[in-house]
Design a protein. Structure first.
Length: 218
């Protein structure tokens, strides 16, 4: 006779507690979580704060490829095929709380716990869709629309739950890297958005839903 579990597995509890192969770490602003080229031996889950993913070319040029917030996974490539190095670096841009899940434990829970597998696969599919949208954005939209979309995504407009209208301070250089534009162009459009009442910024930034007009306007 097969034994039954006394407690039901909870993905939320798994991602919020320490345990076998899982440690929670508080990360200071500007602190590196992992570096490009490091051995990818764990998956990271952001519980609080924001993290920048960046890559450095062979010529030493750095580019920001994504900004991630609570509920995001990082380093998930370590579970795909042969274990290799991290292809990007992860740096905290605010104070963060991060759960580190060792590769072996991540593989175990994916195979044994269908509830967690559903959550993780849904995240990967959403991430893949976001990457495709980013590519289309770069290919077909103006730098003004790309900037507006980036700000709306940072404020969580279009996602489940209440939009985060106030977002942490982010440099114009970082925004320029994200949308493939120059800092001067970003500065021009940021000033324009503020004059039109789409955003407010003084240390932190407040994004209004009216900024959607820039993205939707042909």
């Amino acid at each position: 006779m097969k034994s039954t579990r006394l407690t039901q597995f909870s993905p939320e509890a798994f991602l919020s507690q320490t345990g076998v192969g899982r440690t929670i770490t508080d990360v200071k602003k500007k602190e590196r979580i992992f570096s490009q080229g490091d051995t990818a031996d764990a998956v990271f889950y952001i519980r609080k704060g924001r993290v920048k993913l960046s890559v450095v070319s062979g010529q030493g040029k750095e580019a920001t490829i994504s900004l991630l917030g609570p509920g995001s996974f990082m380093g998930e490539g370590c579970i795909a095929g042969v274990q290799g190095p991290h292809l990007s670096s992860a740096t905290a841009i605010t104070s963060c709380t991060v759960l580190r899940i060792e590769r072996k434990e991540m593989m175990r829970v994916i195979h044994e716990e269908h509830g967690f597998s559903d959550v993780f696969v849904a995240y990967l599919l959403a991430r893949n869709a976001r990457i495709q949208e980013d590519l289309v954005d770069q290919l077909f939209n103006s730098s003004e629309k790309r900037l507006a979309r980036a700000l709306l995504l940072l404020a969580n407009f279009g996602k489940e739950g209440k939009p985060e209208r106030v977002i942490p301070k982010i440099s114009q250089e970082m925004l320029a890297e994200m949308i493939g534009a120059t800092r001067s162009r970003v500065s021009f459009f940021m000033n324009r958005f503020r004059e039109l009442g789409f955003i407010e910024y003084n240390g932190s930034m407040r994004v209004h839903s009216s900024l959607l007009n820039v993205v939707l306007h042909d």
